[in-house]
Design a protein around this ligand. Structure first.
Ligand SMILES: C[S@@+](CC[C@H](N)C(=O)[O-])C[C@H]1O[C@@H](n2cnc3c(N)ncnc32)[C@H](O)[C@@H]1O
Length: 351
């Protein structure tokens, strides 16, 4: 088996930048929506000690097992859940874990998942065309590849892979079906495009597209981001690390929209949308890894971190505001920053 060291462990990306962006404080309450190997979670727990709490979520049961082993020393400070982050709000409700000081999404796959041939994520490792994050999902990449029409396949590959040769690839796939394994699909894509061009493997975009389709990645991300905002306490931080342009665009658009008081189309004479900002962009600039980090961990090269801060209550009914204010002030771990608590009280009194 050809596995290098970085494939055997997942090296977390932009760790210092993440902890800083989340403004991690002792006694704070955090959610890591993409636990993976637990690297970011460990850094958050270190900085939020004493008294910090972390809810870790991952759709992949194997990731939750691995992270659980890595984080076992944190005992009662952690709660690890095997679920999809599309269920974020329901999970927090079930475990009474809200409001929180910070929420992290470190999107995509871990090196462990990529290295595991049996999962079908990599075009370099032989394996079944699976690509499901969780074995409980019904549809696999093989189902999509072998059962979709040529038009549907071309659409998936163009939309989620931003692949210019989507129609040629779809035609070739349909000619070569059934395709059950990763290496066979990689070969078919390579043939459709006419061999290798440049440094990037020709199957890169097709594999990305299938993974996004199998796991409903963009729909789930959009839904989870909106849920995350409603779980953040006043001044709480939302941090997202993305690895490809479709994800980053979705995050950027979401944060921009939620940081605007009016989202009426340009030219509307007076505001009719009724929208109000729920986030403030902490940094307009996207944060990327330094040259030394990219050298030490080449997988980090495409990472983009965006951060925003919760500014008002989305549900501003007096009852909801009171609940939020009460639970922040009285939570066991506490909302330790007196400045934030004061600002929260002022908001409560003003509403
Ligand atoms: C890049 S890794 C996270 C690595 C982690 N931050 C660390 O420090 O080790 C992404 C993780 O998110 C998980 N994931 C991706 N989409 C998910 C979703 N919709 N719900 C829950 N987990 C998801 C993957 O299973 C994977 O383990």
């Amino acid at each position: 088996m050809n596995r290098n060291m970085s494939a055997l462990t997942h090296i977390p990306v932009l760790v210092e930048e993440t902890v800083k962006a989340l403004a991690v404080q002792p006694g704070g309450r955090y959610i890591d929506c993409t636990l993976g190997g637990g690297g970011h979670a460990a850094a958050i727990l270190e900085r939020s000690s004493p008294g910090g709490q972390l809810l870790g979520i991952d759709a992949d049961p194997a990731a939750v097992r691995v992270a659980g082993e890595c984080l076992q020393d944190y005992g009662d400070s952690i709660l690890l859940i095997n679920d999809n982050f599309v269920n974020l709000q329901a999970i927090c409700l079930r475990y009474d874990f809200q409001p929180v000081h910070g929420i992290l999404f470190d999107l995509g796959l871990s090196s462990l998942q990529l290295a595991e041939g049996g999962r079908g994520f990599s075009f370099q490792e032989e394996g079944p065309l699976d690509m499901r994050l969780s074995p409980e999902q019904e549809i696999t990449a093989a189902d999509i590849v072998n059962q979709s029409s040529e038009g549907e396949l071309a659409d998936i590959i163009r939309r989620y892979g931003e692949e210019g040769f989507s129609r040629q690839i779809a035609r070739r796939i349909v000619q070569e079906r059934p395709i059950e394994t990763t290496l066979k699909l990689a070969k078919v894509v390579e043939q459709a495009i006419g061999g290798r061009k440049g440094k990037i493997h020709p199957a890169t975009k097709t594999f990305q597209a299938l993974r996004i389709a199998v796991n409903h990645e963009l729909e789930n991300l959009e839904s989870a981001l909106a849920q995350a905002v409603s779980l953040l306490g006043f001044g709480g931080r939302l941090v997202v690390i993305s690895y490809h342009s479709l994800e980053d665009r979705a995050v950027k658009q979401f944060m921009r929209q939620e940081s605007r008081h009016c989202i009426c189309p340009i030219g509307t004479p007076s505001c009719v949308c009724g929208h109000s900002a729920s986030l403030r962009l902490v940094s307009r600039r996207v944060i990327t890894p330094s040259a030394p980090e990219i050298k030490a961990n080449p997988r980090s090269r495409s990472a983009k971190l965006r951060v925003a801060e919760r500014i008002v209550f989305q549900d501003s009914s007096a009852e909801a505001t009171e609940r939020l204010c009460f639970s922040l002030a009285d939570s066991a771990s506490g909302w330790r920053s007196p400045v934030l608590l004061e600002r929260l009280r002022l908001t409560f009194l003003a509403s």
